[in-house]
Write a protein that binds this ligand. Structure first.
Ligand code: K7E
Ligand code: CUA
Length: 660
């Protein structure tokens, strides 16, 4: 690709020397703590928090839910990684959730939780989260706090600009951080052919508005830059979505230096409505693509994985009016859209200002063809001055991410100068700043990327922990800070550690989620292929070397609890149905020596543990969740006979009682 007429080069990193980029320590440690902090974060025993915070786990691959303002960890929701705590990714029912075109991938790197939106407001129905490494988007049902769908994205590497949603969750998007040749390009391309053979691809995943089901509607093929983050327009800018891109130099080695050459990279503005129209008009091209689509059925409590075989693409260079680039200083990271949809805030990691673009000026510049060259021959680069609303001057060093409150203010994290800066969106003047400990990445305001921010609290999600907590050896807890933004001055309230690395968080008033909570699954509605709805139906069935155990759990026994006739090398599938019909009575299930995790079975649910006994002997099994006064009695035995034995299958409970 060519960048004709588009000059503006500044050699290397002029602003920031290498050591500074690591982050520096703010002064006046502790001075920003609010005098009333203890009172403001204290949630009395037995009381609920006001707000849910959902944080990505980063390299843990999961999502965690916290109560705010207390910072109490409520649940780790397993998404992309196996989770032995509750058997996710270990049970037969959930293994298919982690299937991909590369096979079973039991881990990912999750960055951006995104709440579903209706009319631009968080609606509390679903939470989306991206898998950065093996590109995937997951959907969590907030009625059950379970991952119910995972869709792999073909043709991209590093699904980082994801899964941001449009104003009514018409689409969630995924854009490539590591451009690469398309999957069906079977040429053995050398890495040096980057500029010729590598592509970017933006995925538009359609979301069913009734049940949330996702499908890959189409992909836009775009120039091979590193696409980093995204946010959709809202209100007047509803039809558009904005992406940051860095490495417009198109380097494929030592990006630290080589991708920091140009003074400006780009914001890519995509008219998704127009793309949708083009697809509807049959302008898409079908290409082969292989990707997994995994769905968890909430009636069968069972996931299935389907490998899809094609997708539709549009080459954006062939359709004028679909994509524009706006120059943006300098290696931009975050891009955020103000609640009114009129301003687009970008954060150049190495920039000395925060540029704010005007949606209206962007339209005018498009209208008047105020171009500053073209990318790839015919994707217009709009003139920086023509699209700029203004720059926030001297905000600090290393701006990364911005969110908004309900009073016309924006809050931006400064990675290098370790602070959160508050500024007014209309006049771009700085109103306040507060140190953060240390080097914040994303921040989150309650409802802060929506049309109607709730405000009140801000989380600063910090990259460096240093001396904030009791040391735990070389690996330290991750640092998150709660900041009160209700008044004119920001006030630090609380530090609390998090699970994994919380790249981003979304916060929502609890009442939007509480009203839909499922407390247990109705046993009558359980359509699992191996459900056992009453103890009298429990059984053990041999079919060749496969043995199916239909087991039930209820306080305080597992039935059957004496099982004989199992042989070494059998494939034993233990299907445990929890017969309880009350809130908060899970049962667990574990087998000595099983090369697997336990199961944690919710009331009304069936889960299956696969076990291949390797040694003969008596093998105990038991409930792992302390469920009642007689939980310790909730156990049983398998008799495992040698491989060639002919001990018949036999199962029982309560036979030959010791006492009468
Ligand atoms: Cu800034 Cu992955 Cu959104 Cu980390 S990302 S900070
Ligand atoms: Cu059931 Cu312990």
């Amino acid at each position: 690709m060519k960048l004709s007429n588009y000059k503006a080069w500044i050699p290397a990193l002029t602003l920031l020397a290498g050591s500074v980029i690591i982050g520096c320590k703010p002064g006046k440690v502790g001075s920003a703590v609010d005098e009333d902090a203890a009172k403001k974060v204290y949630v009395a025993p037995g009381k609920y928090d006001e707000i849910y915070a959902f944080m990505s786990g980063g390299f843990s691959g999961q999502v965690a839910a916290y109560g705010i303002p207390s910072g109490r960890l409520l649940k780790v929701i397993p998404v992309f990684s196996q989770n032995p705590e509750n058997g996710y990714g270990y049970s037969e029912e959930t293994k298919p959730m982690l299937n991909t075109s590369h096979g079973f991938v039991p881990w990912d790197d999750s960055h951006h939780p995104e709440l579903s939106k209706t009319n631009g407001e968080d609606d509390g129905r679903w939470l989306f989260i991206n898998g950065n490494n093996t590109p995937r988007i997951a959907r969590i049902n907030l009625a059950t706090f379970k991952t119910t769908e995972i869709l792999e994205l073909p043709n991209i590497g590093g699904n980082h600009a994801s899964p941001f949603c449009t104003e009514n969750t018409e689409y969630v998007v995924g854009n490539t951080r590591f451009s690469e040749p398309l999957d069906d390009d079977k040429t053995d391309n050398p890495i040096s052919s980057f500029k010729q053979t590598f592509k970017g691809a933006v995925s538009f995943v359609k979301v069913n508005k009734d049940n949330g089901a996702m499908n890959l509607a189409f992909q836009l093929i775009v120039p091979p830059f590193n696409y980093d983050l995204a946010h959709a327009g809202k209100g007047p800018s509803h039809d558009w979505i904005f992406f940051t891109c860095y490495n417009t130099e198109q380097a494929h080695t030592l990006l630290e230096v080589n991708a920091s050459q140009r003074d400006k990279d780009f914001i890519m503005a995509v008219n998704w409505k127009r793309a949708e129209e083009l697809i509807a008009a049959g302008k898409g091209t079908k290409i082969p693509a292989k990707y997994a689509h995994n769905t968890y059925n909430e009636n069968t409590h069972t996931a299935t994985s389907v490998i899809e075989t094609g997708t539709q693409v549009i080459d954006v260079t062939k359709f004028p009016g679909l994509v524009y680039y706006m120059p943006c200083p300098k290696s931009p990271h975050g891009v955020d859209v103000s609640p009114d949809g009129l301003n687009i805030v970008a954060s150049g990691k190495l920039a000395a200002v925060i540029p704010v673009f005007s949606y209206q000026k962007m339209l005018n510049a498009i209208d008047k063809k105020q171009y500053d060259g073209m990318v790839d021959g015919n994707i217009p680069v709009l003139k920086y001055e023509a699209v700029l609303h203004g720059e926030v001057k001297k905000p600090g060093l290393g701006p990364l991410h911005t969110e908004f409150d309900n009073k016309g203010y924006a809050y931006t994290t400064m990675f290098v100068s370790s602070e959160v800066v508050k500024w007014k969106v209309d006049n771009l003047e700085i109103a306040d700043r507060i140190p953060s400990y240390y080097s914040p990445g994303h921040l989150s305001v309650v409802g802060g990327d929506s049309k109607k921010p709730f405000g009140k609290y801000l989380l600063s999600l910090n990259k460096i922990t240093k001396d904030r907590y009791l040391p735990t050896g070389p690996e330290l807890a991750q640092a998150c800070q709660l900041i009160d933004i209700a008044g004119n001055k920001m006030k630090l309230l609380l530090d609390f550690p998090t699970i994994g690395e919380p790249h981003y968080a979304q916060m929502i008033p609890a009442d939007k989620i509480l009203k839909n909570q499922v407390k247990f699954f109705k046993l009558d509605d359980n359509k699992n292929a191996y459900v056992t709805k009453s103890e009298k139906d429990t059984k053990v069935v041999r079919n060749g070397n496969r043995v199916d155990v239909y087991m039930t759990a209820i306080r305080s026994h597992l039935a059957p609890d004496n099982i004989e006739g199992i042989k070494v090398g059998d494939e034993v599938y233990v299907h445990v149905t929890n017969l309880e019909q009350d809130w908060d009575v899970p049962h667990g299930f574990a087998i000595k020596g099983a090369n697997n995790a336990e199961l944690l079975i919710m009331p009304g649910e069936t889960c299956t543990l696969k076990w291949v006994p390797g040694l003969p002997g008596i093998i105990p099994f038991y409930c792992t969740d302390f469920c009642s006064a007689l939980h310790q009695e909730m156990q049983g035995y398998f008799r495992v006979s040698p491989a060639g034995a002919n001990v018949p299958i036999k199962f029982s409970i309560g036979e030959n009682p010791v006492t009468k």
